[in-house]
Design a binder for this molecule. Structure first.
Ligand code: AMP
Length: 232
């Protein structure tokens, strides 16, 4: 199978997978290495909620309940974000698109910007692992950097390594909301992966293991000619 993207094109990557699978961590590693922005819809939305913007006020009840924010709000937010100058060098999308309607909106935004999608990467893990990861997840209330109490603890207990601010459990990482978010993922976002698979633009990787190993698998997935990368 031949990969459609050319290695010389700016990297335009979509990261897919259930909540808590490590898309944010892996996206950050790759974005820093490539010198391109990581655009996380969850982080952008949480910033809007913190600042009390009109978007934040419209989104916050959906987010707290583990529901998806309506497509139109998200598509407008992302079209605006993708038009900013730093996206010209390429970018990594974490948390977008999450519905088939959002795939169509992204198609239009990429077409308008003249930046074709390089690849969508699906991070796969079992549901039990997702619950374990989300239940132990903490994030900095100021910069949003994520930690895990067991797998990726901060250097100082309950404080962010980057800015020393307190770490908090996200509202939507409560056990009862986690299962609902998984449900929403199966219903709304798995069809997104199917969409990219049908277009021959999907690579699946096993997301269980050490961050450095998963980073390697992600790198392999970006090697032209490999469309399905799983751990042995
Ligand atoms: P995340 O940090 O990616 O888990 O996103 C946190 C929450 O933000 C989700 O549970 C949704 O309520 C909302 N959200 C993030 N991205 C999207 C999206 N693409 N479409 C709809 N809602 C979203």
């Amino acid at each position: 199978m031949t990969r459609r993207f050319q290695p010389k094109d700016p990297l335009v990557l979509v990261l897919l997978g259930p909540p808590g699978v490590g898309k944010g961590t892996q996206g950050r590693l790759l974005a820093d290495a490539e010198g391109i922005p990581l655009l996380s819809t969850g982080d952008i939305l949480r910033g809007a909620v913190r600042e009390g913007t009109p978007l934040g006020r419209q989104a916050q009840d959906y987010m707290r309940a583990g529901e998806l924010v309506p497509d139109q709000l998200i598509d407008d937010m992302m079209a605006d974000r993708l038009s900013q100058g730093d996206a010209a060098r390429g970018f990594i999308l974490d948390g977008y698109p999450r519905t088939v309607a959002q795939v169509q909106a992204l198609d239009v935004a990429l077409e308008t910007a003249g930046r074709p999608l390089s690849l969508a990467v699906l991070f796969e893990v079992a549901d039990e692992e997702v619950v374990r990861r989300l239940a132990g997840r903490r994030s900095c209330q100021s910069c949003g950097r994520a930690y895990h109490v067991e797998f990726d603890p901060p250097r100082a207990r309950d404080r962010c390594d980057r800015d020393g601010e307190p770490l908090v459990r996200r509202d939507d990482d409560r056990p009862e909301t986690i299962l609902h978010r998984l449900d929403v993922y199966r219903r709304e976002t798995e069809p997104v992966a199917t969409c990219f698979r049908e277009r021959d633009q999907l690579a699946a990787i096993d997301a269980l293991g050490e961050p450095a190993d998963i980073h390697e698998r992600l790198r392999e997935a970006l090697t032209p000619g490999r469309l399905d990368v799983r751990a042995a």
